[in-house]
Design a binder for this molecule. Structure first.
Ligand SMILES: *Cc1c(COP(=O)(O)O)cnc(C)c1O
Length: 331
């Protein structure tokens, strides 16, 4: 499997560090916890979307686009990283932001990622919650095309087979780091939303026969839907890479027991996880994704579902810019 066959713009700061969280694992008294710092990908406060955008934005340029568009929730980290990547390439960027939480807090609607979207020169439009946002995106793109723009549209979260290549790449990078230091990984844990991160990881890990299972901690959809989304995208990604069938249905596992009331609504264990990482390790999580992923990780350790002596790698997917959209959650 040869990722260099696909167009890519090398912009992320890679490899991201793989670090031991020894104060956290002493506190939890169970497995050895490691963290893969994909919050440090280097673009406008970092995050997991930058790996996907390396492949997506290269495809946009190859197709002759002069403008990119994508969609996400109001505090979308993906929208912010797309805006920054477009700025770097001198492309226009237009974002559709969906009000999924119903919050009128001015910090939620204008601070955090929204502030950064505009700093990077992106224009934005809002939509009420519950619409088919990828359809809204295509309709809005048509209007720009009628004005003569060459628009490349990126689906929510950058989650299509092209974007998922970024996490196939992460799987190779992580296994390489583990091999170099003799670290036998027993489990990988990551937050899972639009599915591209988990799908890419599973494809990469299976394609090199690593034997490492991935647990996706859901942030929105119920378990059957989330696993189906990841599995379908993993199959399409494997086909694109020329290894169809490498992922089986049972390789895709999501636990959606940490979502709470819904997308973008942190619950008590989300906030506890954010505080623990901040106070014990000096690491910032976020209230929408990595805080819920870490709540799952902590709970699995406390319940003994990850056993003593096992080595767990938590993929830190970023998102700390969204903290500034949620000051009330920490009051
Ligand atoms: C988008 C995002 C995720 C989820 O990744 P998907 O590829 O959408 O499943 C996790 N964490 C953060 C911080 C994100 O922005």
């Amino acid at each position: 499997m040869h990722l260099a066959r696909f167009p890519r713009i090398f912009l992320a700061h890679l490899p991201t560090p793989l670090e031991r969280l020894d104060r956290l694992d002493r506190e939890l008294g169970g497995p050895e916890i490691w963290i893969k710092r994909d919050d440090c990908t280097g673009l406008s406060t970092g995050g997991n979307k930058t790996r996907k955008l390396e492949f997506l934005m290269a495809e946009a340029l190859a197709e002759g686009a002069d403008m990119v568009m994508t969609q996400g929730a109001t505090q979308s980290n993906h929208a912010r990283q797309t805006a920054a990547f477009a700025a770097r390439l001198g492309m226009k960027c237009h974002l559709l932001l969906e009000d999924r939480t119903g919050s009128n807090d001015p910090d939620y609607t204008a601070n955090g990622n929204v502030l950064l979207d505009h700093l990077h020169g992106a224009t934005t439009e809002t939509r009420p919650g519950g619409l088919d946002m990828n359809r809204e995106l295509e309709m809005s793109a048509e209007a720009f095309r009628r004005e003569g723009r060459r628009v490349y549209t990126i689906p929510g979260g950058g989650s299509n087979p092209t974007g998922a290549l970024g996490y196939v790449n992460c799987a190779f990078e992580l296994v390489g780091q583990a091999n170099d230091r003799g670290l036998r990984i027993d489990h990988i844990v990551t937050a899972t939303g639009s599915a591209g991160t988990q799908a890419g990881l599973v494809v990469g890990l299976k394609a090199i026969n690593s034997g490492i299972p991935v647990l996706g901690v859901g942030v929105r959809a119920p378990k059957p839907k989330q696993e189906e989304n990841v599995f379908v995208l993993a199959q399409r990604t494997a086909e694109k890479l020329g290894c169809p069938g490498v992922v089986r249905r049972e390789d895709v596992v999501a636990d959606t027991g940490y979502v709470g009331e819904g997308y973008g609504l942190p619950r008590a264990d989300t906030i506890e996880a954010i505080r623990m990482f901040a106070e014990l390790e000096g690491i910032l999580l976020d209230p929408v994704y990595s805080g819920k992923g870490a709540a799952g990780l902590i709970d699995y350790c406390r319940k003994g579902r990850f056993g003593k002596g096992e080595r767990i790698v938590f993929i830190h997917t970023g998102g700390a810019a969204a903290l500034f959209g949620y000051p009330g959650a920490f009051a």
